[in-house]
Write a protein that binds this ligand. Structure first.
Ligand code: 13P
Length: 247
């Protein structure tokens, strides 16, 4: 079973036109590590100029489920596609929390993205309280139940497991915990998608950096990383791409 690893950077609400210069060194690393897919997801305003550089896959961080209409402040999948995006993150925990996004809404967003020919990176992950209560597997299974579009295929669906307590904290689960939960996610995806689940990439996200990328990328069923803070500069991000190429 060969799944190409994907290392995607989520710039969150960071970046500027000047910072797009980082993309050139990241693209160079992508070219020298062709066994890995590499993408950067900047804020909406930078999607088009980032894509226009023409050297790297570019994604967005959210999408509205509808094609068009009276939805002030929102952006549709067709608009992202036209701006040059090839993927979009949906259901990030920061959106589930800050914008009260439900799994049903996340699924609708993923369906819209897939329908427009984008890859949807569907994020799931438990809070610290849920993990301490021994409910991590149950929580991610419930999120998968609600968020994964039926009939989705690996060509257009990626899952990102991001434990909320590991995001931006410098803390990561043990490799055993990552292995356990990624295996549970794979099993759940098999239940939802059948054989197609074997090709779906499951990324790990949460405080991935150069110093821990190699051990995380070597875990079975870890098919890449979704990287926040360490994706903002090529100096921090490129070593993660290299680790994924080896892992
Ligand atoms: P950090 O890598 O900064 O912990 O963020 C992870 C994340 O939320 C990526 O989507």
């Amino acid at each position: 079973m060969t799944r190409r690893k994907l290392v995607a950077g989520n710039w969150k609400m960071n970046g500027s036109l000047a910072q797009l210069a980082e993309l050139d060194a990241i693209a160079a690393a992508a070219r020298t590590n062709p066994e890995v897919d590499v993408a950067i997801c900047p804020p909406f305003t930078l999607v088009a100029p980032a894509a226009a550089r023409g050297n790297l896959s570019i994604g967005a961080q959210d999408v509205h489920p509808n094609d068009k209409g009276a939805h002030t402040g929102d952006v549709s999948a067709a608009m992202l596609k036209e701006a040059g995006a090839s993927l979009v993150i949906v259901g990030h925990s920061e959106r589930r929390t800050d914008h009260a996004e439900t799994s049903a809404l996340v699924r609708a967003k993923a369906e819209a993205a897939i329908g427009a020919g984008l890859i949807a990176i569907v994020c799931i992950g438990e809070t610290e309280e849920e993990r301490l209560a021994g409910r991590a597997v149950q929580v991610v299974e419930e999120q998968l139940n609600g968020s994964i579009p039926p009939g989705a295929t690996a060509e257009r669906l990626v899952v990102a497991y991001e434990p909320v307590w590991a995001i931006g904290t410098g803390r990561t689960p043990t490799v055993q915990d990552v292995a356990e939960i990624h295996a549970a996610i794979r099993a759940k995806l098999r239940g939802l998608l059948g054989d197609a689940a074997d090709q779906v990439r499951i990324l790990y996200g949460g405080s991935v950096k150069a110093s821990n990328a190699a051990e995380l990328m070597a875990v079975p069923d870890v098919d890449g990383a979704l990287v926040g803070g360490a994706s903002l500069t090529a100096a921090d991000f490129v070593p993660i791409v290299v680790a994924a190429a080896k892992g």
